[in-house]
Design a protein around this ligand. Structure first.
Ligand SMILES: Nc1ncnc2c1ncn2[C@@H]1O[C@H](COP(=O)(O)OP(=O)(O)OP(=O)(O)O)[C@@H](O)[C@H]1O
Ligand SMILES: [Mg+2]
Length: 319
């Protein structure tokens, strides 16, 4: 195991930012941390890179405890923070070179590594350009390669593509995939597509706790295999109607929710359940269905299901 997190807790005053979480990351894996704002993702990552001390519990990076061996842990890690930490007055080369020096790399090693990394992300032409003259996407690419400048075993990426356009985001995904052949990666993101594309496994955090941990594929399978989307005129649909549909389909749907002017019904097999769905709709007066669509769940659906706006109520029980 590259990273092992054990009963990790972080308390700020009266806020429990990380509430006794456990997970481990295998060598070579891309592991995702998902969750709404304030869920505890950054705090978890900051503890892993020894910038914050755990209140209790511990985390191990390549076997070294963040409590007892923070120096060893830092040697094993590369980090890209949520907020940029580049020196914008320095050039691209200088930012990378400084980082290499901090990690005790020799001059020749630094030179060749910088050449290799700039080529990897197509920034060769910007080598001697001041960072303040780069676009947001270029800066992000530079931060990612700076994170792996000293060839760490583990790379921590806190929202690596925050605020980037769709095309640049994809370019960075490609680079992350290339890098991941040599490095174990832990990343946080709010883009479900990003998690789905990159991550071998994801942990969904909420209020400091991990509420689900699995591969994106298994998480999607867990919430039902297909989704029936019924769209209505906005005036036709409300929570009461949703409740009526939900009651009419008890036992057939795994999850039902309202999404704008549509009811989304998660089922094992849409074609098998569709007649019952239409029957339930017939019993509701003054309701006109504008459209019926059947689609496969995305990680976004998982996320919304786990965020607890369920009408089936079975996500809330237990622990
Ligand atoms: N230094 C701090 N002092 C006090 N409270 C903090 C501190 N850092 C984080 N918190 C609190 O801890 C909780 C978790 O914050 P954290 O930054 O880990 O969330 P996050 O999942 O990274 O959210 P986001 O998606 O917005 O980046 C929040 O309630 C936040 O206000
Ligand atoms: Mg954060």
């Amino acid at each position: 195991m590259s990273v092992v997190v054990k009963n990790l807790v972080k308390v700020f005053g009266n806020i429990v930012a990380v509430d006794s979480i456990n997970f481990s990351v295998e060598k070579g894996e891309i592991f995702g941390l998902l969750g709404p704002n304030g869920a505890g993702k950054t705090t978890t990552m900051k503890i892993l890179c020894t910038l914050l001390k755990p209140t209790s519990g511990d985390a191990f990076v390549e076997g070294y405890s963040v409590r007892r061996d923070p120096k060893k842990v830092r040697e094993k890690l590369g980090v890209v923070f949520q907020e940029s930490t580049l020196d914008i007055e320095l050039t691209v080369f200088e930012n990378l070179d400084l980082h290499g020096r901090l990690y005790g790399m020799g001059i020749n090693e630094r030179r060749s590594r910088i050449d290799e990394l700039l080529e990897l992300v197509n920034l060769e032409d910007y080598r001697n350009v001041q960072v303040k003259k780069l676009s947001g996407g270029m800066k992000r690419k530079l931060e990612v390669i700076r994170g792996i400048m000293h060839s760490p075993d583990i790379l921590i990426l806190d929202e690596p593509t925050l605020g980037l356009d769709a095309a640049t985001r994809r370019t960075i995904w490609r680079h992350i995939e290339e890098i991941s052949e040599d490095v174990t990666i832990i990343l946080s993101t709010h883009y479900m597509e990003e998690a789905e594309k990159l991550c071998d496994r994801v942990a969904v955090m909420r209020n400091g706790k991990i509420v689900a941990l699995d591969s994106p594929q298994s998480l999607k399978e867990r919430i039902g295999e297909e989704i029936i989307v019924l769209s209505f005129e906005s005036s036709d649909i409300n929570v009461e109607r949703l409740k009526a549909v939900s009651d009419g389909l008890t036992g057939l749907a795994t999850h039902i929710s309202l999404n704008g002017n549509a009811i989304e019904i998660h089922v094992k097999s849409a074609s098998a359940v569709l007649p019952e769905v239409m029957e339930v709709l017939r019993t509701l007066r003054d309701v006109n269905v504008k459209g019926v669509e059947i689609r496969k769940p995305t990680l976004e659906d998982v996320f919304i299901t786990l965020s607890g706006d369920s009408t089936s109520g079975d996500e809330h029980g237990g622990t």
